[in-house]
Design a protein around this ligand. Structure first.
Ligand SMILES: [Zn+2]
Length: 417
């Protein structure tokens, strides 16, 4: 079976221009002894907004790994697909993120619900799980309730998995199931029930993306109780180890952290938790590279800076439309956003200071950064004018893309100080 390496980072690239500088961050990590592999991911939603095809993701990744002589594994992730959208991803992808959030809360047939509960007496009662201090106590009612919320989603994941397997052949791809794009986080006991249901579907699950406690807003730091996150994250790791033993799920099954870029305050707790369970990790960082493109443009000054300002001004005047699809993952105080007229007068240093994720910089503007995070549609509309400017400002963009991914993400997450 094609297996995902223990540590992997999802790297998104809206305009298929940054695979090389992204890969350089992994080469730097390897030089520091960190064995971590890139997974280029782009969701159906992003392809639709940008007007790109999944094959372009593979082409850009292949060019980068060839040019930079990357000999370790690398993958292309069909991110957040379902039965309706998977078709064009089948050929170029070898990693599939099956998104069943839409099915959460849809009722399963009563007979199937009853059969699930009857099939899993081991889920009911007191369950001692190594790594969780207090044994989990789960009542029959709780199992029935959780299965009522998630069984239809697990069954949908099974249907989508089998469809992909029928086309690509079993064992030829990596399977992730995502349940992160929903309202409520899943508790560790819920994760246990969900994994039992996914195992029933015989999905060779290698990564699972739950919704964690706290807010994972796009492009900015984690907002929530870090101590509580850490407890739940460790309990999730313990539950995963338990389900590998109990249900025969793949031994390399690991957590996938979506919207994982820029969550600086939880990287250390994650890094310290993983070895306790000999666990791996997948973390998706899609949007952060697009922001580094804008920062690189602005840093270049002249027409690059002018274009970055133009994108900001457009984003500002269309903020409502741009932000609507991301309402649950951004948190912007619109009244505090800088006016485009003021931004027009900014120097490179002011623009990059506002946008670069350095909370210690007094120029840093969390709201403006989130707005630009969701504003890639505007650059897409500019077409070649934007793409040509990426080429013109390649030096400053590449430098920022690599530095951001390595220094601010891979190093604190997997290597430490
Ligand atoms: Zn996601």
């Amino acid at each position: 079976m094609l297996q995902i390496s223990k540590f992997s980072i999802g790297v998104g690239d809206r305009f298929a221009h940054q695979a090389r500088p992204q890969l350089r961050a992994f080469i730097k990590a390897a030089a520091q002894g960190a064995d971590v592999v890139p997974v280029w991911n782009k969701s159906n939603r992003e392809h639709t907004f940008v007007g790109s095809e999944p094959s372009s993701v593979r082409a850009a990744a292949l060019a980068a790994v060839t040019e930079l002589n990357w000999t370790k594994p690398w993958h292309v992730d069909a991110d957040h697909i379902n039965l309706d959208t998977v078709e064009r991803f089948l050929a170029p992808s070898d990693f599939f993120t099956i998104d069943v959030a839409h099915f959460i809360g849809q009722p399963a047939a009563q007979a199937e619900l009853d059969a699930f509960v009857a099939r899993h007496p081991e889920l009911i009662g007191t369950i001692a799980i190594p790594g969780i201090d207090e044994p989990l106590t789960i009542t029959r009612e709780a199992v029935t309730k959780t299965a009522g919320v998630y069984l239809a989603a697990a069954q949908a994941a099974g249907r989508i998995y089998r469809h992909i397997a029928s086309r690509k052949g079993e064992g030829n791809f990596i399977t992730e199931v995502s349940i992160d794009e929903t309202d409520d986080p899943q508790t560790p006991p819920e994760l246990l029930v969900i994994l039992a249901a996914l195992a029933d579907e015989k999905i060779p699950l290698q990564t699972i993306a739950p919704k964690f406690t706290g807010r994972f807003n796009k492009g900015v730091d984690y907002v929530g109780d870090v101590a509580q996150f850490t407890r739940e994250f460790e309990s999730d790791l313990a539950v995963i180890s338990h389900t590998i033993r109990e249900y025969g799920l793949p031994a390399n099954l690991k957590l996938s952290v979506h919207s994982g870029s820029d969550k600086f305050s939880i990287y250390e707790p994650i890094r310290l938790a993983l070895p306790k369970f000999n666990a791996g990790l997948h973390l998706k960082t899609a949007g952060t590279t697009w922001l580094e493109e804008l920062i690189g443009l602005a840093e270049a000054g002249g027409p690059g800076l002018a274009l970055a300002k133009e994108i900001y001004a457009e984003a500002f005047s269309h903020s409502e439309d741009l932000c609507k699809p991301y309402a649950s993952v951004i948190d912007i105080d619109y009244a505090k956003l800088p006016e485009p007229a003021a931004v027009a007068g900014w120097t490179s240093e002011q623009f990059t200071g506002a946008m670069r994720h350095d909370a210690k910089n007094p120029l840093y503007d969390r709201g403006a950064r989130q707005l630009l995070h969701v504003a890639f549609k505007i650059a897409a509309k500019m077409g070649d004018r934007y793409l040509n400017m990426l080429d013109e400002c390649e030096e400053s963009i590449s430098r920022n893309v690599t530095l951001n991914l390595y220094e601010r993400h891979i190093r604190p997450l997997l290597i430490g100080k």
